[in-house]
Design a protein around this ligand. Structure first.
Ligand code: ARG
Length: 466
């Protein structure tokens, strides 16, 4: 980056800013990422200025051609960014003015306050679309994985203690539901972002005959019927950072979901669980222990959730005490949301890659789910269906479990006379309860891990994604 003179606001100053201040104050090192949105914003603004007669059609065309050229240079990496020009807005405007004299009129009826607010709303609409695409891709991979794991039964856990059998597909589809809600959340945030602040000026609009509806329409800030959506209070428009907070919160929540999924996968891949093996491409070795295969991708995903929560906290803390309207503190609003986008997108892609290569270990899963105690609750239901009140039934099966434990046997190793000695309600068929297939078959109700339920849900998500 080169240095240059501060000409945009230098009029009332006799001395330039200190070098330290220049470095402290600049944002172009990170907000240059907004260049495509800033150029779109200036293109629309100048088109509107021409439409209402504030600039001539020739001036507009010259500005448009110059902006196009600058856009190409930025994309090619040949644009000369300068930290003396503070931010992306002034860099582009200054370079444009050096080449196109008419660009001195570009900032007519506009402030960097409504400009940056507009750039960022364009950024958020784009960011939400990107994350929705990433989420759809990851959900698709998870649904495929669930599909191939339908026949794999594993214990489901509460308190990290084996609880009841479920198919691995059902567990994976739980992850899908979590990410499905994230998808909806980003959809809603995209809609929240879809309001145009441009024309609100520094805070009080402008005396000039601006056509706010036109710029909003040109930038795509329209509702379903094509009606322009312009922010309805000029002070709120430049002070509002709700979309930042919502976006960072949604990323934090998505990160927390990904972290919980990652933790499940880390446990599953440990020798203690050994439900799955992970692909080489998303694991790493140890520099010391040659036998190690570590689930680093999932651990990093878990770690990055903390970073996403940090971004959300940083933004809430930053906005909390700010008086209306714009304050320079707000320049700090960009790095957290940029990183939130990048981190969330990377974590989603990494989960996709990991799960794609994840293989269930059939024998280990079968051994883990074999313990008949996992079906003790089904045995309670068996008694309930034979007319025993639930609380009594629970107590009876508890006594059965106790008897098995005391005599060092499995529940299924108790004899009919023994179980009948605890309660005569047990029939000859009591051992049928311990059939995993029966357990699954009896759970064909909405949301339950019945085989057909799982098939239907897989189909639901496939349709949803297509
Ligand atoms: N770089 C600034 C930011 O990101 C742009 C707005 C500057 N406005 C101002 N009044 N200094 O917040």
């Amino acid at each position: 980056m080169s240095t240059g003179k501060q000409q945009t606001w230098g009029g009332r100053f006799s001395e330039g800013p200190a070098q330290l201040m220049v470095r402290f104050s600049e944002s172009v090192s990170f907000d240059k990422r907004l260049a495509p949105y800033d150029i779109a914003c200036s293109t629309a603004h100048s088109a509107m200025l021409a439409e209402v007669g504030l600039i001539s059609p020739e001036e507009r065309d010259a500005i448009h051609a110059g902006l196009k050229q600058i856009g190409a240079e930025i994309a090619a990496g040949t644009f000369d960014w300068s930290i003396d020009l503070e931010d992306v807005h002034m860099n582009i405007e200054q370079r444009l003015t050096e080449r196109v004299p008419a660009a001195a009129k570009l900032h007519t009826g506009r402030s960097r306050n409504d400009q940056v607010a507009t750039d960022m709303r364009l950024f958020f609409k784009d960011a939400c679309r990107q994350l929705k695409d990433s989420l759809r891709a990851t959900i698709g991979t998870l649904v495929d994985t669930a599909d191939r794991c339908q026949g794999v039964q594993i214990p489901g856990y509460t308190h990290l203690q084996r609880a009841q059998p479920v198919s691995m597909a059902h567990h994976i589809l739980a992850w899908v539901e979590m990410l499905g809600r994230d998808l909806e959340r980003f959809e809603r945030i995209e809609d929240q972002a879809n309001w145009c602040p441009l024309g609100c000026g520094a805070l009080a609009g402008s005396t000039l005959p601006l056509d706010r509806n036109l710029t909003a329409r040109l930038l795509g800030f329209v509702d379903r019927n094509g009606k322009p959506r312009v922010c309805q209070n000029s002070m709120d428009a430049v002070a509002d950072r709700d979309v930042f907070l919502e976006f960072a919160s949604a990323c934090a929540l998505c990160g927390v979901h990904l972290s919980r999924i990652a933790e499940d996968i880390i446990l599953w891949s440990s020798a203690e669980f050994a439900f799955v093996s992970l692909p080489d491409a998303f694991t790493t070795g140890s520099s010391l222990m040659p036998q190690k295969k570590n689930p680093d991708a999932m651990e990093l995903t878990r770690g990055k959730a903390g970073r996403l929560i940090g971004h959300q906290s940083a933004l809430f803390a930053m906005v909390k005490g700010l008086p209306l309207t714009y304050n320079r503190d707000l320049q700090e609003d960009k790095p957290p949301v940029f990183d939130a986008l990048d981190t969330t997108r990377d974590c989603l892609a990494v989960l996709s890659g990991t799960v794609q290569g994840m293989q269930p270990k059939m024998a280990k899963c079968a051994a883990a789910v074999k313990d008949p105690a996992l079906l003790a609750t089904d045995l309670v239901d068996y008694l309930v269906l034979r007319g025993i009140p639930f609380r009594h039934a629970h107590h009876i099966i508890g006594a059965l479990v106790g008897m098995a434990e005391r005599t060092g046997r499995k529940l299924t190793e108790l004899r009919l006379e023994e179980v009948r000695s605890i309660d005569p309600a047990f029939g000859e068929d009591w051992l049928e309860v311990f059939d995993l297939e029966r357990a699954q078959r009896m759970r064909e109700k909405p949301g339950m891990p019945g085989a057909q339920q799982i098939k239907d849900r897989i189909q639901y998500w496939r349709t949803q994604l297509s």
